[in-house]
Ligand binder design. Structure first.
Ligand code: 5AD
Ligand code: SF4
Length: 473
């Protein structure tokens, strides 16, 4: 069954980090450029792409379940194309095609530019049957013969692919993510990212600035610059601090954020720009990972607890009101109970406004998996450490947020709240506030008094409707 009278329809479902969500938007942009219509449900689509994450085993298991569920759609529509893209696709590669024979395509993070051509090839392959296969090897596409046309694997990492010249298809709204860097040059011993996304590749500064200007013209007022170690960005003579300053000065941009920085590249120059540029928000996500020197060394984080606390002091002395958040991994192989307690102490000293907490998850191919088997922390013990860490982190968060009740803060209205007549927004310090308001004002900036906190989020009251119209998006 072909539908020559209408464009082909594609559906992209994304899991994982902001970078991956941004990649999902990029894939949609590329597909649209290739003549596809983007649809919002898999049921309407001719092509379903599941854009995956590989950071922890749990994330992968969930996605594998979802892919097998989507296969159910093939019962009525055998022509449906199911593709798995992103970090898990890169990590599992052809093993995934073997294990899930209904998957038609696996494509890693550097293959998206050629997505329409690859899909066309897949379709041609179906027409040709099993002949003419393997003709495309050498340009990074491997074909596996199969009854109903081939399966394709596009898994070549490309040191030059920074997606220059391509733009994402963004959802309408006041905020946009702008990827400025792909891949990572670090080798933290627990982390799969460098293996599935390759080394650090930065985008040209002029192109980034042009994109931000274009977004501002369309009514976007908040941008978040994205990269795996975003603040190590450099392009010719443009360093991250200077890029950040230029982005912050684009007409119409009221808020600039960036994520995730590496602590070692938090420099005086960067902090100076953050403190000086009114558009740069008073929020910084600073992944610590652990609060014990031996663990940090074995994680290959390349800093010590002291130097990290030094960075935090540097940031807080320039911006006393800044809200800091972090990532922490517990039960890294070899972490003793005492070392874990150092991490708790570190949390009590650093006092992060928010902490994203994880149990170590072994990722095949990463150096930490080669540590002695007896070093691996027992699952119950790991769970207990996680629970204790969450307790400490939540306690600190509640204390901080209780102390902020009564403040009046600028809020960008982002969406509706759970209850009718409520809207939800975010302060510059990245705190979520829910208050009574008109959903028609999504995209507007307003001032809201923080009345109560649940510990993590706030309920507030709008105190003054600010000048400026909702974004025309
Ligand atoms: N196990 C657990 N957490 C991990 N992270 C990265 N790799 C792993 C792993 N193997 C966490 C880090 C990182 C965040 C995005 O995910 O804390 O900052
Ligand atoms: Fe992974 Fe470390 Fe690179 Fe972050 S800096 S993506 S944790 S290797």
């Amino acid at each position: 069954m072909t539908h020559e009278s209408r464009p082909k329809r594609a559906y992209v479902e994304t899991y994982g980090c902001q970078m991956n969500i941004s990649d999902g938007e990029l894939m949609e942009g590329i597909l649209e450029g290739g003549g596809y219509q983007i649809v919002r449900t898999p049921e309407e689509a001719d092509v379903v792409l599941v854009n995956t994450c590989a950071i922890r085993e749990h994330a992968e298991k969930r996605v594998l379940g979802r892919v097998s569920q989507l296969n159910g759609l093939k019962r009525d529509r055998p022509d449906l194309v199911i593709g798995v893209t992103g970090c898990m696709a890169q990590r599992m590669g052809e093993t995934l095609l073997e294990g899930a024979p209904y998957v038609d395509l696996v494509m890693g993070p550097d293959g998206y530019r050629g997505l329409p051509e690859t899909l066309a090839r897949l379709e041609r392959g179906r027409g040709e049957g099993a002949s003419g296969l393997a003709a495309h090897q050498g340009i990074g596409i491997v074909e596996r013969p199969r009854g109903r046309g081939p399966q394709l694997a596009v898994l070549q990492l490309d040191m030059d692919e920074n997606y220059q010249g391509l733009e994402q298809r963004r959802a309408a709204g006041p905020s946009a993510w702008v990827p400025i860097q792909r891949g990572c040059d670090h080798r933290c011993t627990y982390c799969i990212v460098p293996y599935v996304r390759g080394g650090e590749k930065n985008r040209g500064a002029a192109e980034i600035l042009a994109e931000v200007r274009g977004l501002a013209e369309r009514g976007v007022t908040e941008v978040t610059l994205l990269g795996q170690t975003v603040n190590s960005y450099v392009w010719e003579d443009v360093t991250f601090p200077s890029l950040l300053r230029q982005v912050a000065r684009v007409d119409g941009i009221r808020r600039v954020r960036y994520t995730s920085p590496h602590p070692n590249d938090v420099t005086e120059a960067l902090v100076e720009v953050m403190a000086e540029e009114p558009a740069v928000c008073e929020h910084l996500h600073l992944p610590a990972q652990a609060g014990n020197d031996r663990t940090l060394r074995r994680m290959l984080r390349r800093y010590t607890v002291d130097s990290l606390l030094g960075k935090i002091d540097l940031v807080r002395s320039a911006m006393p009101d800044i809200a800091l958040s972090t990532d922490i991994i517990v039960a890294f192989p070899g972490e003793t109970d005492e070392e874990f307690r150092d991490t708790l102490d570190f949390m009590r000293t650093a006092r992060f406004h928010e902490a994203y907490t994880y149990k170590y998850s072994a990722r095949e191919g990463t150096p930490a998996t080669r540590l002695p088997p007896e070093d691996f922390v027992d699952a119950d013990e790991a769970q207990a450490r996680l629970a204790e860490l969450i307790d400490v982190a939540r306690g600190i968060q509640s204390e901080i947020n209780e102390g902020e009740v009564g403040r009046v803060e600028e809020v960008l209205v982002e969406g509706t709240g759970r209850d009718e007549g409520q809207v939800r927004g975010r302060t510059r310090r990245n705190k979520v506030v829910v208050f009574d308001g008109d959903p028609g004002r999504i995209g507007a900036y307003t001032r809201t008094r923080l009345d109560r906190t649940t510990g993590a989020t706030f309920a507030g009251t709008e105190v003054e409707v600010e000048i400026g119209e909702p974004a025309p998006v």
